[in-house]
Design a protein. Structure first.
Length: 367
C-alpha cells in the first residue's frame, strides 16, 4: 500500500519566507492527487519535500506508513518527472532509461525487460539509439516518463511535466498520462498551474494559495461547491464572473441588487442569506449559467439583466460574450449560432439556482 500522508508540513526559508504553511493532506493508495494553484503558491515546494529535494521545516511525511522526514531521496521509493525533462544529453534514450537501474545494480536481463516494457507502453522503442537533442518535446517527455516507470516505484511525482509543450501536444500527453495511471495502478502526486490538467486528471484536487490548502475535493465538488472566492475564481474557463451587490428584501422575496440591475434569489438560499439582509456580498456566476434571452422560452423578468455586448469571441463549438452592465463586466458562454451585434444592448437571463455568494470580508462561501 502506498498512501502518502502529510501532517502539518511547513517550509520556511532562511530569509523568513514561509513557502508552505501547515499543509495536512492524505493521498490514498492508487489515487491521482493534483496540487494546483498560481505560481508561488507552494505546490512545487510541497512536492519537493515529499521527494526529499527540500528539507521539511515543520511537520511529518509518511509514505506507506513509513516516516520519511530523514530518509534520503534515493531511498524513498519514489520516481519524479520534472518540467524540463532532466535527461542526460550525452546518453541515448536507452541509456537514460536504464541509468537508474544500473546504479542500483540490477542485472542486465532485468534492465532490458523493464526498459522494454516501459518503451512498449509509451511507444518509444524506435527512439532507443537517439540522444535528447534529436527528440521533440513530446518525445523527451515520454522518455522522462519511461525513466520513471522502469523503477516501478510506490509513488510517482510530477512537477508541471507538460508546461513546456505546445497546446496540441499537452492535450495528447494528458491522455497518455491518464492511460498510464490506469495501467500502472500506482499512487500519483501531480503539480500543475493548469486548471484543465487538474480537472481532467485528478481523482481529487488540492487547491493551494500562499502556501496553504484552500480546498481538497473531487473535481466536480471543487467546481460546483467552492469553499471560497479564490477557489471559485481559479477553476473554470472562462473564469467565474464576480460582482458586488446588496442583499435586499421586497415582499418576502430576496434580491441581489448590483446597482444597475436586480435579480431574484431562489428560495432555497433565503435561510443562508437572511443575516446578510442590507449588506453587500459578492455574487459569482459562471459563463454557462448566463443565457441570451432570445433563446430562453420562459424567461422571468426577475432573472433578466440588460447589458452591452462589448466583445464576441467565437471558439468553434461555443461563443464567449463579454458583457458590461454599466457597473460590472461578466462573461456568457453561448451556442455557436448565437452571435449578437457588438456594442448593442441585449437581455441576458441568469440561472439563479447556480449562483454562488461569498462573504465580502472573509471571502468564504455563504451557501
Amino acid at each position: 500500500m502506498a498512501q502518502v500522508s502529510l501532517q502539518g508540513v511547513s517550509k520556511v526559508y532562511k530569509n523568513g519566507v514561509r513557502a508552505v504553511d501547515n499543509v495536512t493532506l492524505a493521498i490514498e493508495n492508487r489515487e491521482f492527487m493534483v496540487l494546483v494553484g498560481p505560481s508561488g503558491c507552494g505546490k512545487s515546494t510541497t512536492l519537493r519535500m515529499v521527494a526529499g529535494l527540500e528539507e521539511i521545516t515543520e511537520g511529518k511525511i509518511w509514505i506507506a506508513e513509513r516516516l520519511i522526514n530523514d530518509v534520503p531521496a534515493k531511498d524513498r521509493d519514489i520516481a519524479m518527472v520534472f518540467q524540463n525533462y532532466a535527461l542526460y544529453p550525452h546518453m541515448t534514450v536507452y541509456e537514460n532509461m536504464s541509468f537508474g537501474l544500473k546504479l542500483k545494480g540490477y542485472p542486465n536481463s532485468e534492465i532490458e525487460k523493464r526498459v522494454g516494457e516501459a518503451a512498449e507502453i509509451l511507444g518509444i522503442k524506435k527512439l532507443f539509439a537517439r540522444r535528447p537533442r534529436q527528440l521533440s518535446g513530446g518525445e523527451r517527455q515520454r522518455v522522462a516518463l519511461g525513466r520513471a516507470i522502469v523503477r516501478k516505484p510506490q509513488v510517482f511525482l510530477f512537477d508541471e511535466p507538460l508546461s513546456n509543450l505546445d497546446a496540441k501536444l499537452r492535450v495528447q500527453m494528458r491522455s497518455e498520462i491518464h492511460k498510464l495511471r490506469l495501467r500502472l495502478q500506482a499512487t500519483f502526486l501531480y503539480v500543475t498551474h493548469d486548471q484543465t490538467e487538474a480537472l481532467t486528471l485528478g481523482d481529487r484536487i488540492c487547491v493551494m494559495k500562499d502556501g496553504c490548502v484552500q480546498q481538497c475535493a473531487d473535481p466536480m465538488t471543487i467546481y460546483e461547491k467552492p469553499e471560497n472566492k479564490f477557489v471559485a475564481s481559479f477553476l473554470g474557463t472562462p473564469p467565474i464572473s464576480l460582482m458586488d451587490g446588496r442583499i435586499i428584501r421586497k415582499e418576502r422575496k430576496f434580491y441581489f441588487d448590483e446597482g444597475k440591475f436586480q435579480v431574484k434569489i431562489v428560495e432555497d438560499m433565503y435561510k443562508h442569506l437572511d443575516k446578510y439582509e442590507g449588506q453587500i456580498v459578492t455574487m459569482g456566476i459562471r459563463a454557462e449559467d448566463i443565457y441570451d434571452k432570445l433563446f430562453v422560452s420562459e424567461a422571468s423578468p426577475e432573472n433578466t439583466v440588460r447589458a452591452v455586448c462589448e466583445v464576441v469571441e467565437p471558439l468553434g463549438s461555443e461563443v464567449y460574450l463579454y458583457l458590461n452592465s454599466g457597473k460590472n463586466q461578466f462573461i456568457a458562454k453561448v451556442a455557436p449560432y448565437d452571435l449578437p451585434e457588438v456594442n448593442r444592448d441585449m437581455d441576458l437571463v441568469f440561472n439563479m439556482s447556480k449562483v454562488h455568494f461569498f462573504d465580502r470580508e472573509t471571502e468564504k462561501t455563504i451557501i
